[in-house]
Design a protein around this ligand. Structure first.
Ligand code: SAM
Length: 268
């Protein structure tokens, strides 16, 4: 596959997205997800499907755990965390339209906050599980993000980060979608995997697992449904999603007395 190959990115109905000169408009995170919000959940998306089946296997038992979903979007992982029995979950996202979609689910309404991963509106040392799904690649400063995640995490908290795989990006896969017949690409900040690992280590985490996830048979029907079955075999050959699992070291002094068993709450 070459850089100009036409392959599905975060959307399976794209046809011309990765070819030059087709009128794809590059947009900011807020504008892009503002436009995408209304169809984000209904657009068949092989990358989200792949990520779900891989990440669900890694998530710990979540009972009695307080969780944060960073870049929660329409609340996909919040719903999953709730169904796994977390004691509390809050979601933070930059884009009001994505949060508005999430809020349509009555279980999520009071658990959502608009905010930036780089300045989380949460108290320190309150979360046992943190999911950051397809979001870090939009964050310009991974060092600041890692330190902010470390701040809100409890010692031994588990952090799961997924993103479009760097190799897929190198092959031309993009965070792209169509809206009202027009093609859009949302700008990103690809971070080298080694840099992410090193940065999180410096912020106090140890790497538990780093996983390359490949499109497989479970995603075939999504390609077929989008009329893109011809791409399926090629798409299977590129690692599509990168998943990192970090654990925050239990550092002396990291625990905040009295915080450990109180549910997480928004500071806003
Ligand atoms: C691809 S969507 C992922 C949504 C959700 N995590 C999921 O996997 O379905 C990326 C989300 O990250 C949000 N986002 C991007 N940069 C952010 C930042 N710096 N702080 C908070 N949210 C951000 C966007 O608004 C968008 O909703």
């Amino acid at each position: 596959m070459t850089r100009s190959a036409v392959i599905p990115g975060l959307h399976d109905r794209v046809s011309e997205l990765f070819q030059a000169g087709t009128g794809t408009r590059r947009v900011s995170v807020r504008e892009g997800y503002g436009l995408w919000a209304s169809s984000y959940d209904s657009d068949p998306n092989p990358l989200l499907a792949l990520e779900e089946r891989e990440l669900e296997l890694l998530l710990p038992g979540t009972r009695h755990k307080d969780a944060i979903d960073l870049g929660c979007g329409t609340g996909r992982w919040m719903r999953k965390l709730l169904s796994r029995g977390v004691r509390s979950v809050v979601g933070v996202d930059l884009t009001p339209q994505m949060l508005a979609r999430a809020a349509q689910d009555g279980r999520l309404g009071r658990r959502l906050v608009q905010g930036d991963c780089l300045a989380l509106p949460f108290r320190s040392h309150g979360a046992d599980v943190i999911v950051c799904s397809f979001t870090l690649g939009h964050v310009p400063d991974v060092v600041a993000a890692a330190h902010e995640i470390a701040r809100v995490a409890r010692p031994e908290a588990e952090v799961f980060i997924s993103d479009l795989h760097p190799e897929a990006q190198a092959n031309g896969w993009r965070c792209a979608f169509r809206c009202e017949g027009r093609s859009f690409e949302i700008g990103g900040h690809p971070h080298a995997r080694a840099h992410v690992h090193e940065t999180f280590r410096s912020a106090g985490f140890r790497l538990r697992r780093s996983l390359d996830a490949f499109i497989g048979e479970p995603e075939r029907h999504i390609f077929v449904r989008g009329g893109k079955d011809a791409w399926f075999e090629a798409a299977k050959t590129v690692p599509a999603v990168a998943v990192e699992h970090f654990i925050l070291d239990a550092r002396p002094g990291a625990r905040v007395r009295g915080n450990r068993r109180r549910p997480l709450h928004c500071a806003c």
